[in-house]
Design a protein around this ligand. Structure first.
Ligand SMILES: [Zn+2]
Length: 335
């Protein structure tokens, strides 16, 4: 295997083939759901390009000067830009530093590579500064933008990048890979006994978390809320130990699955156990589509808020959302 993960094989082959033909563009946007390993793909590509052994299969040799510098984290021709510690966005000064990095000549006569991750967390000024770089990229520059939600990037930035869309692998591949990761672990949750959601690395993090059955718990809670048996305060308390971002991600996936069920399709992003599938189908049957979509918008808003601002309490977010959920479902059921 050559790509960092089996489901990235095709994108990896395509990018490294271009590199071998010397046909890489100046800027790529690696886009797709969180948990697909997009950053690992960007790193592996940078590593392959900075390896001085020029490997025919595109896999860095791990032994040359370039590879040693990369391994020690000191390669002068690679710069990574991410939100600074405790910050929720990438600031304009960080992009200015990246531009300065690109104006200097390559140390080893090769490419200069910048990885911006996650690029969708650039603030407006940072995105505008990056645009100037994208409009006139220096000869040796390669920019790799990694984005979970590319729609948050300005169209002007999007239009100047070649886009590599990474799709979710099918569930069989996800489960095969997960089974390999979990093999030999004593207290690993059993696949098939809890619902799984999201991209492979996301699912693995879910299984490693304190709430591996979060999707099942949430679906049960949504049903109880719809029936008026679980109020906002109780819901906030029930999910107090769940990490708020994962909670909102999972809630979003469950509601999208409800929308798919409502339309008569099987949910794509979730691998639901039978009990949860039945519960979610019941929830979906009782809802009007418009109410469900409006609630999904509210969840997306809360998610964006949590991503961009600090100091937001998870319990507060859940309590507010639950009030809306109960209002939505009460009105729907009453009408
Ligand atoms: Zn090497």
């Amino acid at each position: 295997m050559t790509a960092p993960y089996p489901w990235l094989e095709e994108a990896w082959r395509e990018l490294t083939a271009r590199a071998r033909r010397d046909a890489l563009g100046h800027a790529y946007l690696l886009a797709g759901r969180e948990g697909l390993g997009k950053f690992a793909l960007a790193e592996a590509l940078a590593n392959a390009l900075l390896c001085e052994a020029r490997p025919a299969d595109g896999v860095a040799c791990g032994a040359c000067r370039g590879c040693s510098l990369l391994a020690s984290g000191n390669h002068p021709d690679l710069k990574r830009v991410s939100p600074e510690e405790d910050k929720k966005s990438i600031a304009v000064d960080q992009i200015r530093e990246l531009i300065e990095f690109f104006t200097l000549k390559s140390h080893y006569q090769g490419r200069k590579i910048g990885i911006v991750h996650p690029a969708d967390l650039m603030n407006t000024n940072a995105a505008n500064a990056l645009l100037k770089l994208l409009e006139e990229p220096p000869g040796a520059a390669l920019l790799l933008l990694v984005a979970n939600r590319p729609a948050l990037l300005p169209a002007t930035v999007l239009s100047r990048c070649q886009r590599v869309d990474l799709a979710l692998p099918d569930w069989d591949l996800r489960e095969r890979w997960l089974a390999e990761q979990l093999a030999g672990r004593d207290n690993a949750p059993k696949l098939g006994e809890i619902s799984l959601c999201g991209a492979p690395l996301e699912v693995l993090a879910q299984l490693d978390s304190a709430r591996p059955a979060l999707a099942d718990d949430l679906i049960a809670a949504l049903g109880a809320g719809q029936a008026g048996r679980l109020g906002p305060l109780e819901a906030a308390k029930a999910f107090a130990d769940a990490e708020v971002r994962r909670l909102l991600d999972t809630l979003e996936l469950c509601l999208q699955a409800a929308a798919q069920l409502h339309a008569g399709h099987a949910p794509r992003q979730l691998r639901l156990i039978d009990r949860s599938l039945r519960q979610l189908q019941e929830i979906a049957d009782k809802l009007h589509f418009e109410g469900l979509l409006a609630f999904l918008d509210r969840v997306a808003e809360s998610r964006a808020l949590v991503l961009r601002s600090s100091g937001i309490r998870g319990a507060e977010v859940i309590e507010n959302l639950w009030q809306t959920w109960m209002k939505t479902t009460h009105r729907e059921t009453a009408s």
